[in-house]
Ligand binder design. Structure first.
Ligand code: C5P
Length: 235
């Protein structure tokens, strides 16, 4: 691993409808010490309680709630979560939203990540959503805004790591979804790369959902991704 480089970590997206299945899967995977990501699907069906139990058990939890609202609502929402004990929380990368989230986080240890452009979107989707520029330029602009706002890191696709890193500097975190081991179906993701490629490009965290959660043997799938990540950091 290059000197000064952080060891990249695996984030497992517990994207499951069934809380008990999610809890059992987290238990099975806990020995590998991933970060457990709880998003919309699970958060609204008891997932925040699971997050609390995982935190009490010493696991790292990422609340992927992708907050975006008027500044006061974002600030107070983040303030409510600041003492929860999660390691990471997402907000959308709009300047007002990011500034409000930073104010709400205060002096807590919660790290805030700004979602630049969802990895399910390509240039056509960006145009359909009314974006002025294509995906690459929008990510670069939002990364520059994030750097101004005091946010701790960005969520972007692996292909945007180099530009995002230039905009946010060496210390902030780059969290990369749209990860697919070779031969895996992309599903609704449009900007995908393998674990090896994303690590080689400099991701700090890889977010993996379906390739682990939907695998016949999720523990073996996670172990294979972790060993691919380790091998890529040794190069
Ligand atoms: O199943 P898959 O590996 O595609 O899951 C990716 C996870 O990362 C999902 O939980 C999704 O919500 C999340 N995510 C994403 N793209 C972003 C931000 C988060 O895919 N820009």
């Amino acid at each position: 691993m290059a000197p000064g480089r952080r060891q990249p970590r695996l984030i497992v997206a517990l994207d499951l409808a069934d809380l008990r299945r999610a809890e059992a899967l987290a238990e099975q995977l806990s020995g590998h010490r991933p970060v457990f990501k709880i998003g919309h699907q699970l958060a609204y069906t008891g997932g925040l309680g699971l997050a609390e139990r995982l935190i009490r058990a010493g696991q790292d939890v990422f609340l992927d709630l992708k907050l975006h609202d008027i500044p006061r609502t974002v600030e107070e929402g983040v303030r409510s979560l600041a003492g929860f004990g999660a390691s990471l929380l997402t907000v959308h990368a709009y300047p007002q939203t990011m500034r409000a989230a930073v104010a709400g986080r205060g002096g807590s240890g919660l790290k805030l990540l700004a979602v630049t452009v969802l990895t399910s979107m390509d240039d056509t989707d960006a145009a359909a959503a009314g974006y002025r520029a294509g995906v690459a330029q929008t990510v670069a602009e939002r990364a520059a805004d994030a750097a101004q706002s005091g946010i701790d890191g960005l969520v972007c696709a692996a292909g945007e790591i180099a530009g995002a890193r230039r905009a946010i500097g060496p210390d902030r975190l780059l969290v990369v979804p749209g990860i697919r081991p070779a031969g895996e179906a992309a599903g609704d993701q449009k900007r995908v790369m393998t674990p090896r490629e994303a690590v080689a490009l400099g991701a700090d965290y890889l977010v993996v959902g379906r390739p682990i959660v939907g695998a016949p043997d999720p523990v073996a799938a996670a172990a294979a991704i972790l060993s691919e990540m380790e091998e890529a950091t040794r190069r």
